[in-house]
Write a protein of this length. Structure first.
Ligand code: FES
Length: 153
């Protein structure tokens, strides 16, 4: 076991993790995250969305080892809304009908927030490229792209 210190949605946390354990923030963990986390492929080389940066902001899929997150500041989907108000990206996904079952939505929303921090006005091609590792089985992506561009400046 190795002690890992990190911040989840602004709250400091310490976890004892096996070095081979994926970073999966769930209620069973004392991390404070209660949203659904989709566990990525155990072999990140085979997982299409192996996009999680060390802060896990780009995807809700856990393809990062927990010990790699030592010292990281992590924002989960639960950390976006504030005072009962949806984050503008969440609101745009709602308004543009950019979700159906919602399985992919946390990853899409977090990837979008990250994209817009780096590029506030992405082209359609840039949006599609930024989100290409996040798979959606429902929407056909068109409304997701519309939502991203609706919130972009
Ligand atoms: S909304 Fe169902 S997988 Fe994307």
């Amino acid at each position: 076991m190795r002690r890992v210190s990190l911040s989840v949605n602004g709250a400091p946390r310490e976890l004892d993790l096996e070095p081979r354990e994926l970073l999966v923030l769930r209620p069973a963990r004392p991390s404070g995250a209660d949203g659904a986390t989709n566990v990525g492929c155990d072999n990140p080389r085979r997982a299409a969305p192996a996009r999680s940066c060390s802060t896990a902001r780009r995807s809700s899929r856990a393809t990062v080892l927990g010990v790699q997150a030592d010292g990281a500041e992590i924002t989960t989907i639960e950390g976006l809304a504030s005072n009962g108000e949806l984050h503008p990206v969440q609101q745009a996904f709602h308004e543009q009908h950019a979700l159906q079952c919602g399985y992919c939505t946390p990853g899409m929303v977090l990837a979008t927030v990250s994209l817009l921090e780096e590029n506030p006005s992405p082209s359609e091609e840039e949006v599609r490229r930024a989100l290409e590792g996040n798979l959606c089985r429902c929407t056909g992506y068109q409304n997701i792209v519309k939502a991203v561009q609706a919130v972009g400046s």
